[in-house]
Design a protein around this ligand. Structure first.
Ligand SMILES: Nc1ncnc2c1ncn2[C@@H]1O[C@H](COP(=O)(O)OP(=O)(O)OP(=O)(O)O)[C@@H](O)[C@H]1O
Length: 986
């Protein structure tokens, strides 16, 4: 394809295959051809528009191109297109010097055509003779002209021409080898026929024009060489003139280098390399030198292979103007005619030795004839073909013009689009600028707003700070004010309280003085009253004697009544027998007389009377029971609500040690005990042992058993059944027999419960029903423990709390287990359980030393259905802890703490009894748990019995004396109370 294009370009003339019969005569056609050669020489006409053209374009017919930077397609089309070429002035299209030179060239051609036919024939390429158009063309210009070798290889189809002129891609830039032949062929038509958008074509056309001029001159010089040196010099001069012509043409177009500077897109010019002309001159000179060296220049094999310098120039392809082409044809026809009229020079005979051939590559001999008619016919046919070509060229031209017009329209559209886009771009730029300005203004506004906001925040924070400081100051002031006011109020209140306290103190002192004075007078009155009370006591004692007599009488009456009841029961049985007998008798006498009915009525009345007597006797018995209770309580009170008894245990084993000297002087009353004290040295050195006598309500010797002892306390148990609170203590040192007396199997507790059961059963006859409920607690280290609950089960339980009912004079222990004692067996198991849980610790004094106070609480509640009476009494059986002194026991640590708490509770018990004896208004029950628990069983109408337990051993003598003295003190206090009570009774 490339090769085809190149060959087409080299030819520059349409192949005559499509040559049609032209309208122009052959002669005229030859003349036009000659002219076309001249036009072909006038390359500047196809050059890019010179300055004049540019000025014309600037005149308004064409859009003004941007110099070098932006050229529209229309601009480029105007510069290089054939339409612009038509605007060129004729003077510029064909400069005068060029025309003169071409005239010289035509004369030279004519001279060259006068060469001998053999010389011309030898220059033909007979091997390619089959290519008629080229061969015809070669013959059309005469044998003196050297046909272009390169054109012989070119396909002579019109397709190549079309490609070179119309169908070649506008943007395609084909590289061309920098050879003379290639450039020559390319430049022969490319500069005119093609319109390359990149502008390389005009540059190549200029270069082709130079080459053409130079090569033609070289060729001419070479061909003219055989004519002589003068001709050679003429040819060289003509070559120079052509070169100068090219230069001048270039000067005309304003380019000193001979090429128009076509700006590339990158701004670089596409100037041909400056050494190209020198190379072409060098090649032509070398070729001429070779031809000079050869003897037969036209038959030289290299001549046919030499550089294909086209001659004559391919004018038809270079000009697009058909009229000019026709003119060229006419010129060519005229030239042919001149040639035919010119006489032929004789042919130089060849050497007989050396045969000459057409070329060195063929064995054809030299031409021997010249058929002019045939040549003319050939020329005529070529002319016709050229005519057809020209017609087709005209058609192509019109098509191209249409295409150009279309391109212009497109260019205009594009230009309008560009303008629209430019306008849009300007609008967008203006918008952008406006947006930037807006952004700037917004940024400024934002900055301003930020600053304003910052200032506002700072102002606000400053205001808040100030406000906070102000609030703090106010708060501080308020706090100070409040503190001052509070301090002042406190001071005023303190002053007021002090004043009130002073007033109260003075008032109280006055009251104390008054009370003291009053007490003095009362004491006198009391002494007087005491005397009266003594008398009353004596009276009461007499009443008591009388009451005893009454009681005995009542007992007698009771026995009589019981006897009467028995008798009445017997009588009742007899009456019932009699009733049955009477009924039988009634049945017997029913039918009898009135006597029988009277007898029946009498019997019935007697029966009713007997029943009434029985009811009266029962009512009397109930009444006597109530009366008995009152008399029994009065009797107990007369015997003393508080009694102190002493019991001395026997020596269990002789190994226990010596027995102390304890005497019981009054065996009849059993109220005294004499204890021989320890040895004491007198001031004279005599050792004496004092006998210390003690007197109690009852003294039990070691031989007395529990049964007899219970006989003494059974009356108190009866009082508990009668609804009174009874408290029985066992006091004494460790090992003195307290537990034995109280809790042993035949101790007071079991006996008391058994007695209570018996009494309850008996009282049922008197319409009394009882409930008995027992509990067992322990006071250890001033704390209450439930002995009926094992220690492990007591953990986590609530502590025992003492609650007093002041109305009923009853005490209850909260959170303490109580057992309903509905049988005697339950009491024994309860005692056993309590004994196991009781805190027992070993001390030096006793291995089984009880270090706590145990309290057996038996609550008795009785109700009489006949009389609706109700009684509620409590029997407290207390086994006190050992009363030994600390020094003697040798207790340490926890034992010492136990002992201290034991001594404290015992001391508190003594204080309570002392207070009760003194008749003090305040009884210190709450000083210890024990007295607090037994509050309603100590004092008042309660019955209290204290057993002081005594060891018979000499070793325990001191403790024995201490215990006896404590009991005596209590006894005396009780005595005081009893005395007072007796006085009150009197
Ligand atoms: N009247 C008595 N007849 C026979 N044995 C007695 C008598 N009194 C006490 N005993 C015996 O003496 C010992 C000590 O008696 P008991 O344990 O009752 O003394 P205690 O005062 O209760 O001592 P603690 O204060 O340590 O409980 C016991 O073995 C007991 O059986």
């Amino acid at each position: 394809m490339e090769r085809s294009e190149n060959t087409t370009v080299r030819t520059g003339i349409r192949p005559p295959t499509n040559y049609s019969t032209g309208a122009t005569a052959p002669t005229a056609a030859l003349q036009e051809m000659t002219d076309s050669q001249s036009n072909a020489r006038a390359q500047p006409t196809t050059m890019p528009p010179p300055q004049g053209v540019k000025r014309l374009a600037q005149g308004g017919q064409l859009p003004q191109p941007e110099p070098k930077l932006r050229k529209t397609l229309a601009d480029r089309a105007g510069e290089y297109g054939p339409s612009n070429k038509s605007h060129l002035p004729s003077a510029m299209a064909t400069p005068a010097p060029t025309r003169a030179l071409y005239k010289n060239a035509q004369s030279l051609v004519a001279t060259s055509l006068l060469l001998p036919p053999g010389t011309i024939a030898s220059s033909r390429h007979t091997s390619n003779f089959s290519q008629a158009p080229r061969n015809a063309f070669a013959t059309s210009i005469g044998p003196g002209s050297r046909p272009p070798v390169s054109s012989m290889n070119r396909p002579s189809s019109s397709i190549g021409f079309s490609q070179s002129t119309t169908t070649r891609p506008r943007g395609a830039t084909r590289s061309r080898p920098p050879t003379i032949t290639t450039d020559q062929g390319t430049n022969s038509e490319g500069g005119q026929g093609t319109q390359q958008p990149n502008g390389t074509k005009p540059s190549l056309a200029l270069r082709t024009r130079k080459l053409r001029g130079t090569a033609s001159m070289q060729s001419l010089s070479c061909q003219a060489k055989p004519q002589g040196k003068q001709e050679k010099s003429d040819i060289l001069g003509l070559s120079k003139q052509l070169r100068d012509l090219s230069l001048r043409d270039e000067d005309i177009f304003g380019n000193p280098k001979g090429d128009q500077v076509i700006p590339k897109q990158d701004g670089q010019s596409l100037l041909p390399p400056p050494q190209l002309d020198a190379e072409l001159d060098h090649v032509v000179q070398q070729k001429c030198q070779k031809e000079e060296a050869s003897s037969t220049p036209f038959s030289s094999p290299g001549s046919s292979q030499s550089k294909p310098v086209p001659w004559p120039p391919k004018t038809p392809s270079r000009t697009r103007d058909p009229e000019a082409a026709l003119q060229q044809l006419n010129t060519l026809e005229a030239t042919v005619k001149d040639f035919l009229n010119t006489p032929v020079s004789p042919v130089k005979p060849s050497s007989p030795v050396k045969q000459s051939f057409l070329t060195k590559h063929t064995n054809l001999r030299n031409f021997t004839g010249w058929d002019v008619d045939e040549r003319l016919q050939t020329l005529d046919s070529q002319f016709k073909a050229m005519k057809e070509v020209m017609d087709s060229s005209i058609t192509d031209k019109k098509t191209l013009e249409d295409a150009v017009e279309l391109a212009k329209t497109r260019v205009d559209d594009l230009e309008r689009e560009r303008l629209r886009l430019d306008e849009k771009n300007r609008i967008l730029e203006s918008d952008l600028k406006a947006s930037q300005a807006q952004v700037t203004s917004l940024t400024v506004a934002l900055e301003t707003e930020k600053r304003a906001h910052k200032y506002a925040v700072e102002d606000t924070s400053r205001a808040h700070r100030l406000e906070l400081d102000e609030l703090r100051r106010e708060l501080k002031d308020e706090t100070d004010r409040l503190q001052r006011s509070h301090r002042e109020a406190l001071e005023a209140l303190e002053r007021h309280c002090r004043a009130e306290l002073e007033d109260e103190r003075s008032q109280k002192s006055k009251e104390i003085q008054e009370v003291r004075a009053k007490l003095g007078s009362e004491q006198q009155d009391m002494n007087l009253a005491l005397l009266g009370k003594d008398r009353e006591i004596q009276g009461i004692q007499s009443q008591l004697e009388a009451a005893k007599l009454n009681l005995d009488r009542e007992h007698t009456i009771k026995g009589t009544l019981q006897q009467q009841i028995g008798e009445m029961s017997t009588t009742n049985l007899g009456l019932e027998d009699r009733m049955r007998a009477l009924r039988a008798q009634i049945d017997f006498l029913e039918s009898d007389s009135k006597q029988q009915s009277d007898s029946f009525e009498e019997m019935r009345s007697r029966l009713e009377e007997a029943q009434r007597s029985e009811e009266e006797a029962r009512q009397k018995l109930i009444h006597e029971e109530t009366e008995r209770r009152l008399l029994f309580n009065k009797y107990q009170e007369l015997k003393g609500n508080i009694r102190v008894m002493c019991r001395v245990r026997p020596v269990l084993d002789p190994s226990e040690g010596d027995e102390a000297k304890i005497l019981f002087p009054d065996l009849k009353t059993s109220t005294q005990i004499d204890v021989t004290g320890p040895e004491e040295k007198s001031s004279l050195g005599n050792v004496n042992r004092k006998v210390v006598p003690f007197e109690f309500d009852r003294v039990f010797s070691p031989s007395i058993h529990n049964e007899e002892i219970f006989g003494e306390i059974s009356q108190l148990v009866q009082s508990a059944l009668d609804g009174y609170n009874v408290c029985i203590f066992c006091y004494g040192q460790t090992g003195s027999g307290k537990t034995y007396t109280m809790s042993s199997t035949d101790g007071m507790i079991p006996r008391a419960t058994h007695m209570i059961y018996d009494s309850i059963n008996k009282l049922k006859e008197k319409s009394w029903t009882y409930t008995m409920e027992g509990s067992f607690v322990e006071v250890y280290n001033e704390e209450l423990n439930d002995l009926l609950t094992p220690a492990k089960d007591a953990e986590g339980k609530k502590k025992l709390e003492i609650r007093h009912d002041d109305t009923r004079k009853q005490t209850a222990v909260l959170n303490c287990k109580s057992v309903i004692l509905d049988s005697a067996n339950k009491v024994e198991s309860m005692l056993q359980q309590a004994q196991n849980n009781r805190s027992v610790a070993a001390t030096k004094a006793n291995e089984r030393s009880s270090r706590s106070h145990s309290v057996f609480i038996l609550k008795l509640v009785g109700e009489n259905a006949a009389t609706s009476e109700r009684c509620e009494g409590t029997l407290n059986l207390v086994d006190l802890a050992g009363s030994e002194r600390l020094k003697h026991s040798g207790a340490e640590g926890d034992r010492m703490k136990e002992t201290q708490s034991i001594n404290k509770s015992l001391a508190c018990l003594g204080d309570v009894i002392e207070a009760l004896g003194r008749g003090s208004a305040h009884i210190p029950y709450r000083n210890s748990k024990l007295t607090h628990l037994l509050q309603y069983s100590l004092g008042g109408n309660s019955k209290t019995l204290m057993f002081v337990m005594v060891s018979p051993l000499e070793a325990h003598l001191k403790e024995t004396l201490t215990s006896l003295r404590f009991a005596t003190k209590v006894s005396w206090d009780y005595f005081t109370i009893q005395t007072r009570a007796r006085r009150l009774m009197i």
